[in-house]
Design a binder for this molecule. Structure first.
Ligand SMILES: NC(=O)c1ccc[n+]([C@@H]2O[C@H](COP(=O)([O-])OP(=O)(O)OC[C@H]3O[C@@H](n4cnc5c(N)ncnc54)[C@H](OP(=O)(O)O)[C@@H]3O)[C@@H](O)[C@H]2O)c1
Length: 240
């Protein structure tokens, strides 16, 4: 199976982490969320597993959902498998974690369903993998390009700026927690982004609007750091 290895890696991560008891979200004063994951590969599987551990209900999706059985069984009752369309319907928030070259297909398949939805967008464009989409993102900015293909979604760029192995290794580490830059135009969506970054085990750093997402895009000076929030803010030239 194509991504069986990464799905097993996500599972291993999930099993290695202590689970929050059921109801832990309520105890913290917040209702658990329903989160839909589009693209249960390396980054979708890793971050989704962290949200399950935090007490949320997560639907992992695939165009071949039967391949996700092992992953969701290992994660327990709060994890489910479905198709991408089912995951969009399921989620109060949707996490998009597919190769950037798939965004035109995503627009064709899910564009209508994503309108008005809060979407955390992990996609990065790379020249070798994404071809024309890379060229477009370089020319127009990554946030603007995502907003074009996911038009009408309430987008937050999140979990773009590091490899999934760094997220896996640093989630919920002792203070200072690893900072995760995020950016978006919609204040309520950004608030959801802050919450979901925090509950995955990191400190959110709001860098600005979607246009500012280039400041932590792949290949930019803001990419690839494992820093606490104040150090990352300094690196990005943000106010302390
Ligand atoms: N890997 C990282 O460390 C990392 C870190 C930050 C950001 N990112 C970015 O996150 C995105 C995903 O990267 P990844 O490494 O997690 O990729 P991956 O392991 O290859 O997983 C991508 C998933 O996307 C799904 N997919 C592909 N085309 C699709 C389509 N048209 N519709 C719906 N689902 C589709 C595939 O699921 P099915 O084939 O099962 O449907 C696949 O499991 C990329 O844009 C990448 O640049 C990656």
């Amino acid at each position: 199976m194509r991504s069986d290895l990464t799905r097993r890696a996500a599972l291993a991560l999930a099993l290695a982490l202590p689970a929050l008891p059921a109801g832990a979200q309520e105890a913290a004063g917040q209702k658990p969320l329903r989160i839909g994951i589009i693209g249960a590969g390396k980054i979708g599987g890793t971050i989704g597993a962290l949200w399950v551990k935090a007490g949320h209900e997560v639907m992992f999706s695939s165009r071949h959902p039967e391949e996700l059985t092992g992953l969701v069984e290992g994660l327990g009752a709060r994890a489910k498998a479905g198709t991408p369309a089912e995951a969009v319907r399921f989620g109060e928030a949707v996490f998009v974690a597919v190769p950037y070259k798939a965004y035109p297909q995503l627009r064709a398949d899910l564009g209508e369903a994503l309108k008005g939805r809060i979407v955390l967008d992990a996609g990065n464009a790379t020249q070798a993998r994404d071809g024309d989409l890379y060229t477009e993102a370089q020319a127009n900015g990554i946030g603007t390009t995502s907003a074009k293909y996911l038009a009408g979604a309430r987008l937050v760029r999140a979990f773009n700026a590091a490899n999934y192995r760094l997220f896996e290794a640093n989630a919920n580490r002792p203070a200072p927690r690893m900072a995760v830059p995020i950016a978006g135009d919609d204040e309520a969506a950004l608030e959801m982004g802050r919450r979901l970054v925090s509950e995955a085990g990191f400190d959110p750093v709001v860098v600005g609007t979607l246009t500012d997402a280039d400041r932590f895009a792949m290949g930019s000076p803001g990419f690839g750091h494992v820093l606490g929030a104040s150090e990352l803010r300094a690196k990005l030239g943000l106010a302390p």
